[in-house]
Design a binder for this molecule. Sequence first.
Ligand code: AMP
Ligand code: FE
Ligand code: FE
Ligand code: ZN
Length: 292
Amino acid sequence: MARPRIDLHTHSTASDGTDSPSELVTAAAAAGVQVLAITDHDTTAGWAEAAAALPRGLQLLRGAEFSCISPTGRGDRDVSVHLLGYQFDPDHEAIVAEQTRLRTERRQRLRRITEKMAADGYPVDADIILELIPHGASAGRPHLARALVGAGVVASVDEAFGKLLYNGSPYYVPKADTPVRTAIAMVRAAGGVPVFAHPLARRRGRVVEPSVIVELAAAGLGGVEIDHPDHSAEDRDLLRGLATDLGLVRTGSSDYHGTNKTTPLAAETTAGPALDALLAQATGVPLLTGTG
Ligand code: AMP
Ligand code: FE
Ligand code: FE
Ligand code: ZN
């Protein structure tokens, strides 16, 4: 049998993707994807629409990408990391509270970044940008990046990040992310499976040492994203060895963001047995299969 097309990390307009949840599942089916996960940043707001629009035969995992901080393992200051959570109960109190807090913080932060840029003469308006982000959706720098593209300041979202919005830029404003151990415990308590997203995406800045992944595995981490567009071949090899030694599920995914990034759906995929191992740990919500 041909390798199944399983893409476990995608974004919709519930965060910083450009496809609505229904467009996302439709595009996935059209791309030949057989199993898709919707994993918007810090929200489950896209789940219902994606589930309702699920094309016949397409299987949907419901998930989210949690904004976290982690020690680096080197004793320097904590680093921003992302944790994917799959199939957790979306009504779990701690998750609802933390995601709500983070979304509020994200809006305030995007306002501050935008206002700093406006004060320097950039033609961007925080009210206009924030009004376009639906209630329950997560605001992110890509929303500002698109406004900058629209105003002709830069030619692409990628250029906006490279020139103006990168971590540590004069306009950068941090947000108070969740300690990654707390997030792992929350996802597990809600019956979900926590997977470390793109742990060695070095182009975004500092990354954790392998020793941190060893510690997080002992703290309940269920898997590691290995095949990801931001991972080098060497880092994939390193992670594959580590995950095998630790008994972690090894995933691969596109991290699709619609036209906010250039990576297409299923550019990277997860193997069938890895998906089975992941689902075997999940009790929060059932896997959905489209009947539409
Ligand atoms: P934020 O969530 O506001 O911290 O913004 C981070 C998001 O911006 C990430 O989730 C990516 O989707 C996106 N991003 C980061 N770097 C780039 C880049 N160079 N080009 C396009 N999108 C990016
Ligand atoms: Fe994103
Ligand atoms: Fe991420
Ligand atoms: Zn992502």
